[in-house]
Every structure is written in structure tokens, then in C-alpha cells.
Design a protein around this ligand. Sequence first.
Ligand code: ZN
Ligand code: ZN
Length: 144
Amino acid sequence: MHDLIRQAEALCQRSGMAFTAPRRRVLEILAASETPMKAYDLISKAGEGGQATKPPTVYRALDFLCQLGLVHRIEQDATFVACNHAGHSHPMALFVCNTCLKATEVAYDEVAHILEKAAEVQGFHLTRLVVEGRGQCQECALAA
Ligand SMILES: [Zn+2]
Ligand SMILES: [Zn+2]
């Protein structure tokens, strides 16, 4: 079993939330995927036995998994990616490779701190911060 699934089970148990079949299937599909996926692609295979399922089921599962930090949404592409080290509480930036489309998570605590301070100075109540980048991953750069 994938580590992430085990972590999801533990996390749900600790917080008294149900790790329902759709939630599990969506997480399993994302964990097995090399690249971030669109909700549409998840809908087409997150049903029982790899069949299509209802869009609201997938959207609700994605909301849940994102809230727990098991899955991240990449805003620029509207895609979803399984977290590569679930349970982290520190903010992460997501870099997406233009060539292989893989997403890389990068810690950016210091940048987040600077932006939070800047918001505070403006009296802006920040609830969410998104830092994303585009470029080429090391593997693709080496292969070029
Ligand atoms: Zn993560
Ligand atoms: Zn790449």
C-alpha cells in the first residue's frame, strides 16, 4: 500500500473523519499518477472498479483531500497532485515542469513569512497564499 494512503487513514482516524471509498480512490489514483491530473480525468476513473463517477463525488473528495493537505491544487493549471510528504504544515510552492509536466514541491517558509508580513502591514487578512512556478525540472534539463 502506498504510504500516502496509510497516512490518510491515520489522519482521518485521528481527526474522527471517514476515509470513504471515493476519497480513497481519488487519492489512490493521484498517488499513482506521475503527473498532476485534472478533475475531469479523475471523474472518468474514480468510480467503483475504475469506472466513471459523478462529478460532485470527485469534487467533494478533492476538497476533503486538499483540506487535509494530502492533495494540492495547482491553480495555474487547475490540476491536482498527491502530496509527496503528507502531513507537512509548512507552506509549499509548486513548480511544474513544462516538459514532463511533473510537479515539484518546494518549501518556501521564508518567502511565505515575508508575504504574510507584507499583508499584515497593509491590514490585509490573508487566508491563503499560492506560490507556483513554471520551468524545467532537473531530469529534463539533464536530458536536453
Ligand atoms: Zn505537500
Ligand atoms: Zn521535467
